[in-house]
Design a protein around this ligand. Structure first.
Ligand code: B12
Ligand code: SF4
Length: 578
């Protein structure tokens, strides 16, 4: 008998992208922001990947996307239809903890979203006591919100097979399985990064099925490689410092792209690689695949800017491959701060090179960038950061710009991370955090302070930001860092200052990783992604009478979101009828 499993996906995106986070501070308030519950239209990358893998081993695995949008009744009905004595597990795939306004809203019987969803899980268990619930995520902090029998973290292709063998009584407990008490509950956890590494993974395709009801305007995640060659000081991505080529087999990539094109007409993807261009051969491989395809794919993903600057031969490869929307983790345009994090290219060279990259790609036909920066790196003060911001908004006008205060996880947060950054480890090893005289790294001294010392006053911030700021200022899992140029509170004040500037929507467009929010459903297309949210002349003409209809691209998704909700509801009905 074929063994079965069901994987729920959907906890993979938070509302608070740089778009909504920054634009929400702008002039126009929307219905979506104030009344609606937001569900992401993005397909669950982890769920489809694990499902594809287990199917190759003979399992029958069905993925249920958008699960936060399913009502309790709908999910129980689905389980009633699908679960039988061959069903071994119910998986839950997560990428981020469900946070933000949506998660806080009250559901039917006065419970918040999380309580409601967890109680639904309990009801599923009551009805079908033989199935085990397994939470899977890169970082276990994303899964712990769910009541699961097991938690598995990191790339899990190897670990899940061991766990399922154990659950079915064929094997002893997987090595490294630990029981930890977290938030008053005993949790059985397996950290695959340490015990069952699955990187590189040459056939990391996600194979969608007829019962996934894919659409041509879906923008799925595409995994081309796992891990990054570098190890920047602040970076907590799971697999860093890899040696050699960790990318997929060429045929596997070709087959995946062809399958999605032939079956659903899909051509646009977001790439999950930590860094796409850390290896020339990798780029050349994707270039070869793209040339064999009967269509031009379009990819959005993380590109290291300094490599593009120092290796112009990568440009043609990237363009041919279809990598035309780039997220550059520039972090800072201050040399001292850049050296501190491990991105030390001289900022003048970097800026000059980036303008050449911009011009070259734009001349080829399509180019969009997101420039991502960190507020408050040691060595950088307010003026220096604003100077960097001004350069970005001038030279990359109409592209997107992301900026957020430096986050250093500590204590509980650190324990839940699969891969704390170098900086987080250094911070945790300070000799005497109780009596903190400072930690000196690369010539910069940082120390821990507190809300009182910093003079925190949340009323100084725009109200949309206050909850997040409070988490940073008071949460036990976040370091209250300070250095001689800035502290975490001042970084928030600076964030607030930049974000609430009403001209910002005229200077920037959509983040390259969020195209699906606009495109899926048909309201916008890839060319629209080249526009700023708001035209400058419209902004000037309308002044205070600006409405959301004046925007080129509506960052609040006022019209798009009802369409996407309908797509999700249709999906649910099709699943129930399948
Ligand atoms: C691409 C990416 C992004 C993109 C796109 C994210 C998206 N929504 O699709 C962008 C740039 C938008 C982004 C932003 C952020 N990101 Co990010 N991002 C990633 C990255 C590099 C890849 C994610 C991915 O798609 N992987 C491919 C899929 C296939 O992998 P996967 O989902 O992990 O699945 C595997 C395992 O997790 C497991 N698994 C998954 N599901 C299941 C289910 C079962 C049943 C089982 C058994 C196993 C299993 O097996 C799978 C296959 O091996 C990861 C780091 C990494 N390398 O994983 C960080 C990561 C997900 N991001 C992270 C963070 C913190 C953020 C931000 C909050 C950063 C910030 N401070 O702003 C924002 C929030 C964005 C938002 N508003 O939603 C953290 C999440 C940590 C956490 N628990 O919260 C990660 C893990 C990086 C890290 N270690 O710090 N991110
Ligand atoms: S910041 Fe980017 S380049 Fe640096 S280690 Fe992380 S993924 Fe790699």
């Amino acid at each position: 008998m074929v063994k079965k499993g069901i994987i729920l996906g959907g906890a993979l995106e938070r509302t608070d992208t740089s778009e909504t986070r920054n634009q929400a501070i702008g002039k126009v308030k929307t219905k979506l922001e104030s009344e609606d519950v937001w569900y992401s239209i993005k397909r669950s990358a982890g769920a489809h990947r694990i499902a594809t893998h287990l199917r190759t081993l003979g399992w029958d695995i069905e993925v249920i996307d958008f699960w936060p949008a399913w009502s309790r009744e709908q999910l129980l009905e689905l389980m009633e239809k699908r679960v039988d004595h061959n069903t071994v597990f119910l998986g839950i795939s997560s990428m981020f903890p469900m946070q933000g306004p949506s998660a806080k809203r009250l559901y039917g019987d006065g419970k918040n979203m999380m309580q409601y969803m967890n109680e639904t899980l309990q009801l599923i268990k009551q009805e079908h006591p033989h199935i085990k619930i397994i939470g899977g995520a890169q970082n276990v902090s994303a899964s712990l919100q769910w009541w699961c029998d097991y938690y598995i973290s990191g790339f899990a292709e190897v670990g899940i097979v061991e766990l399922l063998d154990h659950i079915m009584g064929n094997k002893p407990e997987p090595k490294g399985m630990e029981t930890k008490e977290i938030w008053g509950m005993e949790r059985k956890m397996i950290n695959c990064r340490h015990h069952y590494p699955a990187f590189p993974w040459p056939d990391a395709r996600a194979q969608y099925e007829e019962r996934d009801f894919m659409r041509p305007d879906d923008i799925p995640t595409f995994e081309f490689s796992r891990g990054c060659k570098f190890k920047c000081r602040f970076c907590s991505f799971s697999v860093l410092g890899v040696k050699g080529d960790y990318s997929r087999d060429e045929e596997s990539v070709y087959e995946e792209l062809m399958h999605n094109y032939e079956n659903w007409g899909i051509t646009t993807y977001s790439v999950s690689d930590e860094t796409i261009n850390d290896d020339d051969e990798k780029l050349a491989k994707l270039q070869r695949v793209a040339k064999r395809l009967p269509f031009q794919p379009s990819f959005q993903g993380f590109m290291r800017a300094d490599l593009l600057v120092s290796k112009p031969h990568q440009w043609q490869m990237a363009y041919d491959a279809g990598i035309r929307s780039h997220l550059y983790g520039v972090e800072t345009l201050n040399h001292t701060a850049g050296k501190f994090v491990g991105k030390g290219m001289n900022p003048d060279r970097l800026k000059d090179g980036l303008m050449k990259v911009r011009d070259w790609f734009t001349n080829q036909g399509y180019y969009r960038a997101t420039i991502s920066t960190i507020i408050g790196l040691p060595g950088e003060d307010r003026e220096s950061f604003l100077k960097g911001r001004d350069w970005i908004l001038k030279e990359f006008k109409g592209h997107s710009y992301s900026f957020f205060p430096l986050f250093i996880g500590q204590n509980e947060t650190l324990n839940m991370m699969t891969n704390p950054s170098v900086l987080e480890n250094e911070w945790a090893k300070r000799n005497d955090p109780e009596n903190d005289n400072g930690l000196t790294l690369s010539g910069q001294t940082m120390w821990e302070t507190n809300a009182e010392e910093m003079g925190v006053d949340y009323s100084m911030l725009h109200e949309n930001l206050r909850d997040t700021a409070q988490f940073y200022m008071e949460g036990p899992g976040v370091a209250k860092w300070a250095h001689d140029k800035m502290n975490i509170w001042e970084a928030f004040l600076l964030f607030d200052e930049i974000a609430k500037n009403p001209v910002l929507p005229t200077a920037i467009g959509t983040g390259i990783f969020f195209y699906h929010r606009y495109i899926t459903g048909g309201h916008y297309d890839l060319d629209d992604m080249l526009k700023p949210f708001l035209s400058e002349d419209v902004y000037k003409a309308k002044g205070d009478n600006l409405t959301i209809d004046d925007y080129n691209i509506d960052p609040y998704l006022t019209k798009v979101y009802p369409t996407q909700k309908k797509i999700i509801e249709d999906y649910i009905q099709k699943k129930l009828a399948w």
